[in-house]
Design a protein around this ligand. Structure first.
Ligand SMILES: [Mn+2]
Length: 296
């Protein structure tokens, strides 16, 4: 598999070990890219930090009562070699990687890097999917700072490929986006509303059902870690107060596991040493999502 792509040669493996590629059910694709980042830069180091953190995870999941990786061997590709100057090329590289992984019957898990890579991953699936987005930002600008391929435009690009996009945790947008949301009757769950409707400290069952009912059978999930409250994930490019908590997102992912999830990404981790909570949360969430979606 590695020989198919232009890779940086940076070798790190999820959980700290590598099964044979043939046995793998999940393929992790690290994309060290942050060319259009507008505020805090450094998410290019995100994939490497998440993978480092994953080596500290327990393989056993208390909730699922098993070693997720026993049923679900996870192969980690070397970091993709991407061109910092060209968002289009990067997105195309991600598309090709996802396309090959899917053609081999394996599940792609893309680690960013900035959010713009999501449109490449979805294009690489080459099938109609609905998309669940966890994010503080709507990312619905037509273009931003001169490019249509900015992280701030990614969900506008995704909407060009998918008719069913459900955006969850949103608490920041510009007037152009607000107008677009109104005009197009966008399915959008504001963080404020989800938090107000909580019951016994958890997202209400009715909100969870509404989120899931907006999705079709085949689902792709994109997790921008800034969807979480910055008290949990301070290490991200554009931290927004008033976000989702750990169990909020787990409850949503558990509910979405009733669908056929074809792949997911985890983006916008910005390592901020000496703290490691952001990348550790991302590593653990990715592992739990694999368990919910693909283990039996
Ligand atoms: Mn965001």
């Amino acid at each position: 598999m590695n020989e198919l792509f232009k890779l940086t040669g940076v070798k790190k493996t999820y959980l700290g070990f590598q099964p044979s590629f043939d046995d793998a059910k999940v393929v992790v694709v690290p994309v060290p890219y942050d060319a259009t980042t507008s505020y805090g830069a450094g998410t290019r180091y995100g994939p490497s930090a998440i993978i480092d953190a994953s080596s500290q995870l327990e393989l056993y999941d208390i909730e699922l009562e098993k070693n997720i990786c026993d049923q679900l061997p996870i192969y980690t590709l070397d970091e993709l070699s991407i061109n910092k100057g060209s968002p289009e090329k990067t997105i195309e590289t991600v598309k090709q990687a996802v396309k090959h992984i899917k053609a081999l019957g394996k599940k792609p898990v893309v680690l960013g890097g900035e959010h713009s890579i999501t449109s490449g991953a979805i294009a690489g699936l080459e099938q109609k999917v609905s998309v669940l987005q966890i994010d503080a930002h709507a990312d619905l600008r037509e273009s931003y700072q001169g490019t249509k391929y900015s992280h701030a435009s990614v969900m506008r690009r995704v909407r060009g490929m998918s008719d069913d996009v459900v955006q969850v945790g949103i608490r920041s947008m510009c007037d152009e986006e607000a107008e677009f949301v109104k005009e197009n009757k966008i399915e959008l769950f504001y963080a404020d509303d989800l938090i107000q409707n909580k019951q016994n400290g958890r997202i209400s069952q009715s909100d969870i059902e509404k989120i899931v009912s907006g999705l079709t059978d085949n689902v792709y999930v994109t997790v921008d870690v800034d969807g979480f409250d910055p008290s949990l994930v301070p290490g991200t490019g554009t931290p927004e107060p008033g976000g989702l908590l750990w169990h909020d997102v787990l409850d949503i992912m558990k509910a979405v596991s009733s669908k056929n999830v074809v792949g997911f990404d985890m983006v916008e981790v910005l390592p901020s040493p000496p703290f490691r909570n952001s990348e550790f949360l991302a590593a653990k969430l990715a592992y739990k999502m694999m368990g919910y979606f693909w283990s039996t």
